[in-house]
Design a protein around this ligand. Structure first.
Ligand SMILES: NC(=O)c1ccc[n+]([C@@H]2O[C@H](COP(=O)([O-])OP(=O)(O)OC[C@H]3O[C@@H](n4cnc5c(N)ncnc54)[C@H](O)[C@@H]3O)[C@@H](O)[C@H]2O)c1
Length: 251
């Protein structure tokens, strides 16, 4: 199957690390023009250097602040001249016992994982309606069943799964395609270090249930499906949340 990404104008958030970096590099290697967004400026610079062909423009922005969302899209369109795809990949995780979760932690996780993708999507939509473009969100296999000590995170990932469907419903008569993937354990700083908290308080039998049976996968394992969902070749998958999790949800 040929996927034509040549000259596609793409925004990738979370592009300083992990799945976002791998996605930015995969787009760049396939001829797309990438507007790479992250709060981590040094990591963004590394991503652009790894791409090495000038196809990655970096843009530092803290997506926890919702007033930064529209300016990010405006800057991307000013640079790229159009917008064909928005990949909402930036995310944060905290693992904490119930009594340690503060309203600030809750707002931090929902602010980055749910509110930012929503307001980036809102700002991107006029451009995507024009280009018949796509949005790709990142949910998680942990969105679909209960896991101890990560309620804020897992429920935020369930929220973005639902947001994917509701936003798709709102633009279902247009050419815009909005989908999400739900990864299992990915070997990234989040997947291996996990924003851990008060482990001494955890019932380790319950905590261990978050581990998938198969080993974690490298972030590059996810880029083919993200690129396909972002490409004009995908015309039939709309409003879907795809399990791309090496069997985590099945087991
Ligand atoms: N790693 C896993 O096991 C796993 C599993 C399922 C889903 N996911 C999801 O995949 C996505 C990518 O995670 P990853 O594993 O690559 O993690 P990662 O920690 O390697 O990358 C996350 C990126 O998001 C950026 N980011 C965080 N807060 C930000 C903010 N306020 N503004 C801008 N950028 C910000 C970070 O700087 C970082 O570069 C996340 O949405 C995560 O929830 C990860």
């Amino acid at each position: 199957m040929e996927i034509d990404l040549n000259n596609l104008a793409v925004v990738v958030t979370g592009a300083a690390s992990g799945i976002g970096r791998a996605t930015a590099l995969a787009f760049a290697a396939n001829g797309a023009r990438v507007f790479a967004v992250d709060v981590n400026e040094a990591g963004l610079a590394e991503t652009a250097e790894m791409a090495g062909n000038g196809s990655v423009t970096t843009h530092k922005a803290d997506l926890l602040d919702p007033t930064n969302c529209k300016p990010v899209i405006d800057a991307a369109v000013a640079k790229l001249g159009r917008l064909d795809a928005l990949c909402n990949i930036a995310g944060v995780l905290k693992i904490e016992a119930l009594e340690d979760v503060t309203p600030q932690t809750w707002d931090f996780i929902y602010g980055v994982n749910v509110r930012a993708p929503f307001f980036l999507s809102q700002a991107a939509m006029p451009h995507l309606l024009e280009s018949n473009g796509a949005i790709v969100n990142i949910s998680s296999a942990t969105a679909f069943r209960g896991y101890a000590y990560v309620t804020a995170y897992t429920s935020s990932k369930a929220a973005i799964a639902h947001m994917t469907k509701s936003l798709q419903a709102e633009v279902i008569k247009s050419g815009v395609r909005i989908n999400a993937i739900a990864p299992g354990t990915v070997n990234t700083p989040m997947g291996t270090e996990g924003g851990g908290g008060s482990f001494d308080k955890f019932d380790m039998e319950l905590f261990a249930r978050m581990m998938q049976v198969r080993p974690g996968s490298p972030p590059e394992s996810y880029t083919d499906i993200i690129l396909y969902l972002a490409s004009p070749q995908n015309q039939i998958i709309r409003g879907a949340v795809l399990n791309v999790d090496d069997g985590m949800d099945a087991t």
